[in-house]
Design a protein around this ligand. Structure first.
Ligand code: BTN
Length: 253
């Protein structure tokens, strides 16, 4: 695989002093690796690409399956000190979708969907940074299906970027996504979710749809509020869902 590491470094280093790009042939999980390093005191900005992951992780303790060459799996680690963290994961989803294709949608909080199938996922974790203060070390992990893969155990079969670009490869996709992601995350640090709310709304897969939540609630999704919480109109009234422990499913029309 030809990774565009130098081009990405040239685009990003002026924005993030000390930034490096690293490609590993195999690792358990790019997120786990950057979290281990952060806890051991390595907290410089880095883009870590894993050609394959043996224990890829998704949200809510799920696994993330991927195959070398058929997927793009990477994590961006950087110190971050936004005044308010709420909505970061949605902002990252907006950045990824906008970098890739106008037809991609976001399923709250940050899954990337093509039509009614999931194409990619985002897992954000943070570690404490320095002595005290507002900054934390953020690890933003992104997995995108480049080629079709079997959806063993998944409720919907996954989508892949080759459905949009038959000749897509992981390196080209990374070059489209990574520099923009850094710019958007730094913009989030300055201005928070406000700059992303309308952009999320433009790609909101759930808006107006019947949804069921993993806590048993059912209702109609009504967009997100200024903190990135999902608004759901339920029998008990309008609820703002912010818990990352709740998963949401669109109900088939
Ligand atoms: C989800 O949809 O639940 C989130 C999936 C996130 C997967 C990416 S792949 C790169 C990084 N390393 C991991 O172990 N997970 C994230």
């Amino acid at each position: 695989m030809n990774w565009p590491a130098e081009a990405i470094w040239e685009a990003v280093a002026p924005l993030l002093p000390g930034f490096t790009v690293e490609v590993l042939p195999e690792i358990d999980s790019s997120n786990s690796e950057l979290m281990r390093r952060a806890r051991a005191g390595q907290q410089d900005p880095v883009l870590l690409v894993a050609e394959s992951q043996t224990a890829g992780r998704g949200r809510l303790g799920r696994q993330w399956q991927s195959a070398a060459g058929d997927s793009l799996t990477f994590s961006l680690g950087l110190p971050l000190a936004p005044a308010d963290w709420s909505g970061l994961s949605l902002a990252v989803g907006v950045s990824v979708a906008e970098g890739l294709h106008p037809d991609l949608h976001l399923k709250w909080p940050n899954d990337v969907w093509l039509g009614d199938r999931k194409l990619g996922g985002i897992l954000i974790e943070t570690a404490s940074f320095g002595e005290a203060g507002a900054a934390r070390y953020a690890v933003i992990g992104i997995g995108l299906n480049v080629a079709a893969r079997a959806g063993t155990g998944l409720s919907t079969p996954p989508a892949a970027l080759r459905e949009l670009w038959p000749d897509a490869d992981a390196g080209t996709v990374l070059a489209k996504v990574a520099p923009r992601l850094v710019r958007d995350v730094l913009a989030f640090q300055e201005a928070g979710f406000a700059a992303f709310r309308e952009r999320f709304a433009a790609r909101d897969l759930l808006r107006g749809r019947s949804v069921s939540l993993s806590d048993g609630t059912a209702g109609t999704a009504q967009g997100v509020d200024g903190a990135g919480s999902l608004l759901v109109h339920t029998a008990a009234g309008l609820q703002a869902i912010s818990s990352s422990e709740v998963s949401v499913r669109p109900v088939a029309p």
